[in-house]
Design a protein around this ligand. Structure first.
Ligand SMILES: Cc1cc2nc3c(=O)[nH]c(=O)nc-3n(C[C@H](O)[C@H](O)[C@H](O)COP(=O)(O)O)c2cc1C
Length: 382
């Protein structure tokens, strides 16, 4: 069975971040401009630190693409680091609470936590965003769209966005905070300004929706193949994400079943839609039932904790002297929830692309499309 996997390599201040994508179907048109647009968005958002002024991320394709289409072989994507000074970067011996620093020092028996933080850093997500851009090139062949935005930041909540994802994306892309609610954007910016002045940091919540997703991605049959679990793992693995919920998530726990589960209806006019006519008036399940997509949009959200590196540092201990010291300060963001929303969009796109490959066979795009159409016709005649 074809399996689409993504692995990354590279240090925050090394020469580059790399993404190795294996099991990607051959023949998929690759538009690097789309990948670059996501890389640029990952660098943006109100509240970022000075590092983003140095970097100008662009993807370079090192392997697996010819004449603008994927080949039957691994794809390697590279994003260069302009701020490449790994060898000169000073040792860090005062671990920052909330970072990988102390756990890594004790694990690797190394008092210079730079040897851990360079890889733990969210600079790694440039590789995952590049791979996610490639995944989107596959998904768009099946009219699947993934859109993520900032829905809460520093305690300010955005209004419920419109159902039309194209409109959500349009509004999001006019906001400095990637939030489709302009009023909330202003309040969020003010919250970031206050946090910056106080030497503090902020977190928030990201919402992600995928539309056009056919039913049956993932599987109920084995826990490792349940798509809700796979999506949760992918999103939870993003640096600083501490909670993931699908559909109603935690709110479902407080409601009776009659107000949680989405009644099923049949609408013949939607027979050509992703759910082949089996529609739901509500989508509290977030498009996933029994570990499989059900034809409704996939909806999930992620909670990001505030950035761990504080300009007004928290108490720590010097690993060499064992004396109480303030935690180290590395140039840092005040808030990176908008950037993290781009990463959420990328990893959800990657997980959905992997599930599409698994379901419809991943050797070549033409073969996948034929399998998809054959399934759709059979489901319409069920
Ligand atoms: C896009 C993005 C940017 C980030 N920028 C910073 C940063 O500038 N400074 C910082 O201390 N943490 C930053 N983080 C969070 C840390 O990378 C993360 O908290 C740390 O690696 C520890 O991992 P954990 O929070 O998942 O336990 C960022 C996270 C993301 C997703």
């Amino acid at each position: 069975m074809a399996e689409l996997t993504v692995r990354t390599a590279g240090e925050s201040h090394g020469p580059a971040i790399l993404a190795l994508v294996e099991g990607f179907p051959a023949g998929v048109p690759v538009e690097t401009a789309l990948i670059d647009a996501d890389l640029a968005r990952r660098q943006g958002g109100y509240g970022r630190g000075d590092r983003q002024k140095i970097e100008a991320d662009r993807v370079e394709v090192l392997a697996g693409v010819r004449h603008g289409r994927t080949l039957p072989g691994p794809v390697v994507l590279m994003v260069r680091n302009r701020d490449a000074r790994l060898e000169e970067a000073p040792a860090v011996t005062r671990p920052r609470p909330g970072h990988a620093d102390l756990a890594g020092a004790l694990k690797f028996l190394d008092a210079d936590v730079r040897n851990v933080l360079e890889r733990a850093s969210a600079r790694e997500t440039a590789g995952r965003v590049a791979a996610g851009g490639l995944a989107k090139c596959l998904l768009r062949e099946f009219a699947i769209e993934v859109v993520a935005w900032v829905s809460r930041l520093g305690g300010v909540a955005a209004a419920e966005p419109p159902a039309d994802v194209a409109e959500v994306r349009r509004r999001r892309d006019t906001s400095d905070l990637y939030c489709p609610d302009s009023g909330a954007t202003d309040a969020m910016k003010a919250a970031i300004d206050r946090a910056r002045e106080a030497g503090d940091t902020l977190g928030g919540v990201i919402t992600c929706v995928a539309t056009g997703v056919p039913p049956g991605l993932g599987s109920h049959a084995q826990w490792t193949r349940k798509l809700d679990g796979r999506l949760a793992r992918a999103v939870m693995s993003i640096q600083a994400v501490k909670g993931v919920q699908i559909g109603l998530g935690f709110a479902a726990a407080d409601r009776p079943g009659s107000q949680v589960h989405d009644p099923i209806a049949f609408d013949a006019s939607q027979r050509d839609g992703p759910a082949v006519g089996f529609v739901r008036a509500t989508n509290h399940a977030g498009g996933l039932e029994g570990g499989m997509t059900n034809g409704a949009p996939v909806v999930l959200s992620a909670a990001m904790k505030p950035i761990s590196t504080l300009r007004a540092p928290l108490p720590s201990v010097d690993l060499v002297s064992r004396r109480a010291e303030e935690a180290a300060y590395e140039r840092s963001d005040v808030c990176a929830v908008p950037a993290a929303s781009v990463v959420v969009e990328a990893v959800v796109a990657t997980e959905l692309a992997a599930a599409m490959v698994e379901r419809f066979g991943g050797d070549a795009l033409g073969q996948m499309k034929a399998a998809y159409e054959a399934w759709r016709r059979a489901a319409q005649d069920l």
